[in-house]
Design a protein around this ligand. Structure first.
Ligand code: ZN
Length: 260
């Protein structure tokens, strides 16, 4: 007769819970089944379930509220772990990491997007059209609760769960009050509209080179660091010659958009 050890049961219980969370079978915000129910479903003891729930609570995926049950808080463990890890880095380093993620997502989105992704991005771009600033990181207008759906949807279109998880973690980090006061969004509403239209156009045409360039251009001015001297520090500083090449590429992209 096959027997399973305690550690195997613990592992499979953890895997069971994790799978239900990461696949969205238990969506973020939902209450998971009660302990005896889970114990029966998985075929383990209640203490094994309790232990697994506790370890997922430790990494921020679940939260147990006394008398109310256990709730899904995050579909990935990345957020909590990543935030602790990122605390050791400077804001400049974090912002440059965010830049890399946005650019990679734009490129992957241009290759993996479906028609539904394009439609969803078009809707988001249209919704955000009235904003005076790109609402990325909640830095748009005065509505700090509003985050850019356009930016998030790019990560859905990229079809890469790890990129999406890392992005969500870094967003949480950059949204902290400590960082918020030091960050500003200097892209005007008109600039955001033009930038997003360009990124969207590249993704629609599955042009992965344009997708990269247009997103790189956008992230260079959508979120910047404000220093004590009220100077703004873009993620990348360029020479006049580099700036000229960027301006030329921008004009070409605008020409293409005007013709389409
Ligand atoms: Zn944006």
């Amino acid at each position: 007769m096959a027997t399973t050890t305690g550690s195997e049961r613990a592992r499979s219980t953890l895997a069971f819970l994790r799978r239900h969370i990461t696949t969205g079978a238990w969506p973020v915000g939902s209450r998971i089944p009660i302990e005896p129910e889970l114990a029966e479903q998985i075929g383990v003891g209640r203490s094994t379930v309790r232990e697994a729930v506790r370890s997922l609570a430790n990494i921020g995926m679940l939260e147990t509220l006394p008398g109310r049950g256990t709730f899904v808080r995050s579909a990935t463990p990345t957020s909590t772990l990543l935030n602790e890890f990122l605390n050791d880095f400077t804001l400049e380093e974090i912002l440059s990491y965010r830049r890399a993620l946005e650019i990679e997502a734009a490129q992957q989105a241009s290759m993996h997007r479906t028609e539904e992704d394009v439609a969803a991005l078009e809707r988001a771009a249209a919704e955000e059209r009235g904003c005076t600033r790109c609402p990325v990181l909640g830095l748009g207008d005065d509505n700090s609760a509003f985050d850019s759906r356009f930016h998030r949807l790019l990560f859905d279109a990229a079809k890469n769960r790890l990129l999406a998880a890392l992005y969500s973690g870094i967003n949480d980090q950059l949204r902290t009050p400590a960082h918020r006061g030091r960050l500003a969004n200097v892209a005007t509403g008109a600039e955001m509209e033009r930038d997003h239209a360009r990124v969207l156009d590249a993704i629609r045409r599955r042009d992965f080179i344009d997708a990269v360039h247009s997103m790189a251009d956008h992230v260079d001015h959508d979120v910047v660091i404000v220093t004590a001297e009220h100077e703004v520090v873009p993620p990348l500083t360029r020479t006049a010659e580099q700036q000229e090449r960027i301006d030329t590429a921008r004009e070409e992209a605008d020409g293409r958009l005007a013709r389409s």
